[in-house]
Structure formats: C-alpha cells, structure tokens
Ligand binder design. Structure first.
Ligand code: FES
Ligand SMILES: [Fe+2]
Length: 389
C-alpha cells in the first residue's frame, strides 16, 4: 500500500491496513424479507464468497444451498423448483433442502455422498436468516435475534402493531464489513456524518451482543440525515452476533413521538465486499388513519435511509485501519473489535476478553461545547450572507 511504504522512518504514525480475514463470520446472517423468496421459484443471493440458491418447498419451508450444482457446476438459481427440490437447469439433478441429491431422473441411481453445502435457516421478524460457520457446526438457535413484539414472525404474515417493512438492499464494494461494525463505538461521526449532536453515548459489549445507547438532537445548520433542530432521537442499537442489528428509536419530531425500528444487517459477499440490507418499520400511532401512518413511515424510511447512505459514502472511500489513533472522546473501538473477533475465531479459541461484559460511557461535554459554538458560528455566517444578498 502506498501510504505504508511512503511513510518515512520517523515518529510519524503509520496506517496499518491489517489483513482481511480469510473466513466469513460465524453466526446468523439475514438474507432479506422471507416473503421475497416465497413464490415457488429459485432465488439468487450472493454471499460467503459464492452464490446461494433460496427456494420455498411444498411445506412452506425456505431452503438455502450453495447455488452451484455439484454435478458439473450448473447455476441452480436459474433452475426450477420441482416438488420440494430445486432442479438444475443443466441436467435436471434434483437437490433437497437438506443438501442431498434426491433424484437424477435419467440415471439408475444417485451416487453415494451426493451432497452439497446447505445453510440452516430460521425465519425471524419476517426475515430469512441463515447460519454460517466455517467450522460446520449446527445452527445455534439460542443466538437468534429476539422476536419483535407486534412484528409478524412468519412468512407473508402482516405486522400487527407496526407498518410493513420498508426494505433496502445496497451492495458495497471495496470494503470489509468490519468497517461498519466500528460505527457502534463511534460517537463523533454522528455530528460530522449524520448532522446531529450526540448528547449521551454509552456502549455495552457482552457475549454475542454489542449495544450502543445514544441520545441526540439534530443540527440546525444542516439538512439531510438527522440534521433538523427539532429532531430528538433516543436510540438503542444492538448487534446480535456479527451481522444483525436491531435499532430501537424513539423519535421526537416537533413534539410528535414515534417509535421506529430499524434492522441493519449485512451478508459478506467476498473478501472485500458485502451487501448491506436495512429495513424500517414504524409503530402505528394510535388514532391515526392508514394514509397518515403510511406517510410518516415513508418519511422516516427516507430519513434513516439517508443516514445510512452517509455512512456508506465514508466506507466506500476510506481505507481499512487496524491501528486507529484515538482520542479520549472516541468510543471503545479496540474493545469493540475484540468483541467482533470472536466471530472469526474457532469456538475453542474464543477468549474471555472477547465475550466478557464491557461497559463504557463517553464523556460528550467537551465535544458538544465545541460543536454548539461551531454551529452557532455557521448560523451567524448564514444570516450575514442572507443580509448581504
Ligand atoms: S450441472 Fe447440475 S445437473 Fe449437471
Ligand atoms: Fe453511522
């Protein structure tokens, strides 16, 4: 890397880009809204360095296999669902959800050990999740994210207390998904990237969860993202495992309270790429008609969607840094990365410091003093400019 070799041998700090992990994280990964896959056709999802095939069988179960047929590499996602199996478009071998080849219509018998890679599945909060483990362990259902009350669990069911999910998919190239995890501990970027004052900021890491508690109010000198003087957020965001985060948001906009749930999840696609997915649902305010509720849901989906894209822009342009240089106001980035490391470590080698409870609150006093002064100056300058014009 040019920025490494160009650094002279002085006390100038070098950026260590680290090495990209050679494996994909152990844990549950969300592939999208379950209903997307429930149409009797095979679907393609890029993930874990390959293409996955997803289909629904006659019992309503969603199945996920490696998308490339073990016969001669045909693309199963371009095949057909026949009975409970997915049939390869090349020579019609039929693969079952358990990963076994069930039938070769033109052959006398199926070869022994005709088995492909399968991913165990779960449907949670109306979304399809798969278990990935490079060590090949059975899925640990105790590690699934929690069921959200008032949100439909099964395939094709309607949310009861919440609006339908608004769901977005964003492919990210040239960035490892660990970049997005750093966000959990990053207090200051809320001001610079998302245009809000984080007034209180705390983290707890424990077991397979990492949580960020934050309170913020919007910047009056910025529009877009969370920039709006009348926007107050109380946010609790927890990663359940390496890739599935639930963010509970109490939004106060001009005194009007709304409960928003944002699910932020990703699937690693290659060593340096991932697919980001995020869903937003809004608790239907009592006494409001459907049209107004839909309008509010759309507004928040747009706002939090924009907030996400602000991060995406940073990730796409930054370099990876193994040794970030931190100040006191930055959150516990190193401890967070130690927590994240557990998902890339064989179960037998997971160390207590990766899973032990760790709690830290950032003192935001000095930062907010400075930021309020800066925003006041920005507003004053703007008033002068308007007066001059
Ligand atoms: S490659 Fe799939 S059936 Fe031959
Ligand atoms: Fe962010």
């Amino acid at each position: 890397m040019f920025y490494m070799s160009d650094t002279p041998k002085t006390d100038v700090r070098s950026l260590d880009p680290g090495t990209t992990p050679m494996r994909y994280a152990r844990g549950w990964h969300c592939l999208g809204l379950a209903s997307t896959f429930a149409d009797g056709r095979p679907h393609a999802i890029t993930g874990f360095g390959t293409k996955l095939v997803v289909w629904q069988d006659s019992h309503g179960e969603l199945n996920v296999l490696d998308g490339y047929c073990r016969h001669m590499g045909g693309d199963l996602t371009q095949g057909e669902v026949k009975g409970d199996n997915v049939a390869c478009p090349f020579h019609d071998w039929r693969w079952g959800g358990d990963g076994k080849c069930k039938e070769i219509p033109y052959a006398r018998r199926v070869p022994l050990r005709a088995r492909t890679r399968r991913y165990e599945t779960a449907v949670r909060n109306g979304q399809l999740l798969v278990w990935n483990d490079p060590e090949g362990s059975a899925a640990d259902r105790d590690l699934l994210p929690p069921e959200l009350p008032g949100v439909a669990q099964g395939i094709g069911e309607k949310n009861d207390l919440y609006t339908d999910w608004s769901w977005e998919v964003v492919p990210i190239d040239g960035s490892h998904c660990r970049e997005l995890i750093d966000n959990v501990a990053d207090m200051a970027h809320f001001y610079y990237v998302h245009f809000s004052f984080p007034t209180s900021f705390r983290n707890i890491f424990e077991g397979n969860t990492a949580t960020q508690f934050m309170e913020s109010k919007g910047r009056p000198d910025k529009a877009g993202g969370y920039g709006d003087a009348e926007l107050f957020l109380k946010s609790e965001a927890t990663y359940y495992g390496p890739s599935y985060m639930i963010n509970w948001l109490d939004v106060d906009y001009k005194g009007f309270q709304t409960e928003v749930i944002l699910v932020n999840c990703h699937i690693p696609t290659g060593p340096d790429s991932f697919t980001l997915q995020y869903g937003i649902t809004v608790k239907k305010p009592e006494g409001l008609d459907d049209k107004t509720t839909a309008y509010i849901a759309k507004k928040y989906a747009k706002m939090f969607g924009e907030g996400f894209l602000q991060d995406v822009h940073i990730w796409q342009n930054k370099v990876a840094v193994q040794n970030p240089l931190l100040c006191e106001e930055d959150g516990p980035v190193y401890q967070l990365r130690r927590w994240y490391e557990q998902f890339y470590t064989d179960v037998a080698d997971v160390k207590p410091e990766m899973t032990d409870r760790f709690e830290f609150e950032v003192d935001t006093t000095k930062a907010n003093e400075y930021w309020h002064a800066e925003v006041a100056a920005n507003l004053a300058r703007r008033t002068e400019e308007t007066a001059d014009a």
